[in-house]
Design a protein around this ligand. Structure first.
Ligand SMILES: Cc1cc2nc3c(=O)[nH]c(=O)nc-3n(C[C@H](O)[C@H](O)[C@H](O)COP(=O)(O)OP(=O)(O)OC[C@H]3O[C@@H](n4cnc5c(N)ncnc54)[C@H](O)[C@@H]3O)c2cc1C
Length: 448
């Protein structure tokens, strides 16, 4: 197994359950991948993945098995939006706009969901409209259906938080396939009934840590895999620095972009190689500020906010209780945030919180941020921002096994692609594939 994110760990756990020997090679000095839990004012918070919601059954079942409970995301009271220089309140997912703007948002949502129905999640390249959709970016599509400025700005906020990119960087085919895999726009964007409904008070990384504990010595940290070589007898030799391990099959459970760092011998077909160059990860950053109390709650605010001006563009309340500490989570726009020195990042993030929640937000008791795009190893996230003409050219090779090599990772999932749930599902799928392949080989007398 290459990679100890949720996909790699779920796959390893499943293979062990099926009686297979497994070794998990992880390049970082920790498990969890894009899930990493840190502490602010003594409270655990997630630098990467945080939320889960209904229909994310694979990750919810896994967490429950491992004894990791969830709590509902705090959502009582009024939401806030900073829009064209003014801060206003609203209550549902769609903020208060003018009647004409609201009608335009509904029209575009309706058209988007209608396109979703025409794209199969498993093989989107096979749809009759695939070429047309993959030839344009989300931004080009929005302009082609004459989406108004407010709708385009809301879709840009969605694009930043979903793929970590602007709408002109992501293929329309990818956008509709992704949203469909999540069960629709409302399911993906909502708190109640949607992907942000619940969170883990102990953080998401504890799930990975518990699997790693179960797997024990089978997990090797600091093992950066650089080669996978197939020998004449069909066995595979996986190289990591000066280390080597000989195996019957490999699951590469890293983001498609990071497959580039591994040399495969014999060389894989060009589509496999090109795919890694056309499946780039986006960039998303997070800032947390802690206060004695969640002071916005007493003023009737939910802590949920949207802003059309960065760097903080979406916020949530992740405080443990009314008694404090009060903790605001802000998603920050990597384009303007990541290049700033730490003190300026802090000042800009606190300014963003203060514009929404008042001057009290300028006086935190603790502060924390994290820029996924500038990580030293395997950088990027939340997920792949797949550009135009990638799915139709390379999609069929995304998870097609080759030479005993199998592919996992949230980007390869058909349900909740890009989320923790997709990662777990992809791991279970790849484990079943390998188990089947090894059983078939051993019954035919080959290695297995
Ligand atoms: C800021 C942010 C917020 C997010 N919020 C949410 C959320 O609220 N809910 C949700 O469901 N999802 C969220 N996500 C997405 C979620 O984190 C990912 O979908 C999921 O963690 C991906 O898991 P994975 O196992 O597929 O990949 P990864 O977690 O990326 O795991 C791959 C692992 O492979 C390792 N690796 C890479 N190359 C090599 C190599 N050559 N050798 C050895 N090891 C290697 C990496 O270090 C990594 O540990 C968020 C992500 C980010 C960054």
């Amino acid at each position: 197994m290459v990679g100890a994110g949720f996909a790699g760990l779920a796959a390893a756990r499943e293979l062990v359950r099926r009686g297979r020997d497994v070794v998990v090679l992880e390049g970082r000095d920790r498990v969890g991948g894009r899930s990493a839990t840190a502490t602010i004012a003594g409270v655990r918070v997630d630098l990467g993945a945080t939320f889960v919601g209904p229909t994310q059954d694979a990750v919810i079942a896994l967490a429950a098995e491992l004894g990791c409970p969830t709590v509902p995301t705090y959502s009582h009271g009024k939401n806030l939006i900073r829009w064209r220089g003014k801060v206003r309140t609203y209550r549902s997912t769609i903020p208060k706009l003018s009647i004409l703007e609201l009608l335009d948002v509904s029209r575009i949502q309706w058209r988007f969901e209608r396109v979703c129905r025409r794209v199969p999640v498993e093989d989107p390249w096979s749809a009759p409209i695939a070429d047309a959709l993959d030839a344009v970016s989300l931004e080009q599509w929005l302009r082609s259906v004459r989406a108004g400025a407010a709708t385009r700005e809301l879709m840009a906020i969605m694009s930043r938080v979903t793929w970590g990119c602007e709408p002109d960087a992501v293929s329309m085919l990818h956008a509709v396939r992704y949203v469909k895999a999540a069960g629709g726009l409302a399911r993906m964007l909502d708190v109640k009934g949607g992907a942000q409904q619940d969170r883990f008070p102990g953080g998401t990384q504890q799930i990975a840590l518990r699997i790693a504990e179960e797997l024990g010595e089978r997990v090797l940290l600091g093992a950066v895999v650089d080669t996978v070589e197939r020998r004449d007898d069909g066995r595979l030799v996986v190289g990591f620095g000066t280390g080597r391990v000989e195996v019957d099959a490999v699951i590469v459970a890293v983001a498609p972009q990071h497959r580039q760092a591994i040399t495969f011998r014999p060389e894989l077909d060009s589509q496999y190689r090109e795919l890694t160059r056309h499946w780039p990860l986006g960039r998303l950053s997070k800032a947390y500020a802690a206060y004695d109390k969640p002071f916005w709650r007493t003023a009737g605010y939910s802590g949920e906010a949207l802003s059309d001006e960065g760097p903080v563009f979406i916020t949530f309340d992740v405080s443990p209780s009314d008694d404090g500490p009060g903790i605001l989570l802000g998603f920050t726009d990597a384009r303007t945030f990541d290049r700033l020195p730490p003190q300026q990042r802090r000042a800009r993030a606190l300014d963003g919180f203060a514009t929404l929640f008042g001057a009290a937000a300028l006086e935190p008791i603790d502060y924390l941020d994290h820029c996924w795009g500038t990580e030293g190893f395997a950088p990027g996230g939340p997920t792949a921002a797949v550009p135009p003409r990638s799915w139709t050219r390379y999609g069929p090779w995304l998870r097609r096994p080759v030479n005993g090599i199998h592919w996992a990772g949230t980007e390869t999932a058909d349900v909740w692609t890009g989320f923790l749930d997709g990662a777990v599902r992809s791991g279970l799928r790849a484990a079943a594939e390998v188990d089947r392949e090894l059983s078939a080989r051993s019954s035919s007398g080959g290695p297995g």
